[in-house]
Write a protein that binds this ligand. Structure first.
Ligand code: PLP
Length: 409
């Protein structure tokens, strides 16, 4: 295995050289005064989050690249790391995947031509402040602008940068009014920022009126809490979320190192209470751009009953060039998974097109040739097989099964 050399990052050896650190030991070293009760309290974690260069330098021996990165990005992007996520950082290895997701490097300050403040072209699709309505039957509801950890690869920094504060009562009401007035919206994805940073009471103030809208069939909550602040997933929260079923939690693990005992407890608590959990990963250069890492990550997710959903090609967001991978890398990773391991461990590889085109999924090409009477394929091992076409080509369904199911509720 080889990594591309990079001007600002040291060369890295084989994966095995990334020695693991013991999070419990790091916790004792970093926050010796914290009792178990405090450590397990998400509000304590938030109050003690490290939010600037000085705070980080006191906890992690920073590289020159990181010091420069913190300095040069200070006015551009927020920094914030919960004590828990900080305890997962390898103090000795600059390419620790948790470290690379939390501490900026110099390259992040370099906004390149073509990089966009709004890479997914969402703003033209915001009929009201709190809503992004880009697809026919589903919307995003932007609930807050804050996070427990500010990811270096964030694509909504124009929101998490801090200009937009928590949704006001009026903005939320306008968002709900919009959904009420649009019967085609059957799926609402609550995002932000991280919506689970809101209190249970505040969450209910959003979920209750949303659930009361008859055409809203399902709700999704996009949150990194199981990864960055698993203490937030309490029994009370799991019970609360279950009351709004069908409600899915969509989380964001990027590396098997993030699947700790605490993360596992959080995900299993949700699933045990009847809240399905899906995972979306972002493919990032030198963090998880290797089929072995993605495979191990997805196996670890399935072991805690979390289903891998999307593997996202990195968006063309400001300051993220150093984390982007060529399209071919994602295809290569999928090819190393499909057939070789559990199909449920193979996510959809999605490219969210810059400028607002929306998500498209891509996959390796297994079709060799479409012929009149058969299609030629290669299988995952590279062997050729033919699939014969049926003689009858009319596929119309005269019996309207969809209508029958609807009528039965
Ligand atoms: C990703 C996304 C969704 C949800 O897409 P799915 O493919 O249904 O998961 C909805 N709205 C916006 C704006 C999105 O970016």
């Amino acid at each position: 295995m080889s990594f591309e050399p990079h001007d600002e990052q040291p060369a890295v050896g084989p994966l095995e050289a990334q020695r693991p650190t013991d999070p419990a030991e790091r916790r004792r070293a970093l926050f010796p005064e914290a009792t178990d009760e405090q450590w397990g309290d998400w509000r304590w974690q938030l109050r003690h989050a490290v939010r600037d260069a000085k705070g980080l330098a006191a906890k992690v021996p920073l590289t020159d690249d990181e010091r420069a990165g913190l300095d040069e990005t200070a006015k551009l992007f927020r920094v914030g790391v919960s004590p828990y996520y900080l305890s997962l950082i390898d103090p000795a290895h600059p390419l620790c995947p948790v470290r690379m997701q939390s501490i900026p490097v110099k390259a992040e300050a370099r906004v390149r031509p073509g990089e966009l403040e709004d890479p997914l072209g969402e703003d033209p699709h915001r009929p009201v402040e709190a809503i992004v309505h880009k697809y026919p039957d589903r919307v995003l509801l932007l609930a807050t602008d804050t996070c427990s950890v500010y990811c270096r690869h964030c694509t909504r920094r124009r929101i998490t940068r801090g200009g937009e504060a928590e949704l006001t009562r009026t903005q939320l009401d306008l968002g709900l009014d919009y959904i009420r007035a649009h019967p085609e919206v059957r799926d609402v994805l609550i995002s932000g920022g991280d919506p689970l940073l809101l209190s249970d009471e505040r969450l209910e103030q959003i979920l209750t009126p949303l659930r009361a809208i008859p055409h809203v069939e399902m709700i999704r909550i996009g949150t990194r809490m199981p990864v960055t602040l698993p203490m937030r997933i309490t029994e009370a929260l799991a019970r609360l979320l279950r009351r709004y079923a069908p409600l899915f939690v969509v989380t964001h693990f990027n590396h098997p190192k993030e699947v700790t005992a605490e993360a596992k407890r959080a995900c299993e608590l949700l699933v045990d209470h009847g809240v399905p959990v899906e995972n979306q990963s972002v493919l990032m250069r030198r963090i998880n751009s290797d089929a072995r890492i993605i495979k191990e990550l997805n196996h670890a997710c399935l072991r805690m009953r979390v289903r891998p959903y999307y593997l996202h090609q990195m968006d063309v967001a400001e300051g993220c060039e150093h984390l982007r991978t060529p399209i071919a890398k994602g295809l290569e990773i999928l090819e190393d998974l499909r057939g070789w391991t559990t199909g449920m461990a193979v996510p959809h590889l999605a490219v969210d097109l810059p400028g607002g085109g929306g998500k498209v999924t891509i996959q390796p090409q297994y079709v060799l040739e479409h012929q009149a009477t058969q299609t030629l394929f290669r299988n995952y091992r590279g062997q050729t097989y033919a699939y014969p076409e049926p003689e009858e080509q009319d596929c119309g369904c005269p019996y309207d099964a969809v209508w029958v199911n609807r009528a039965q509720g």
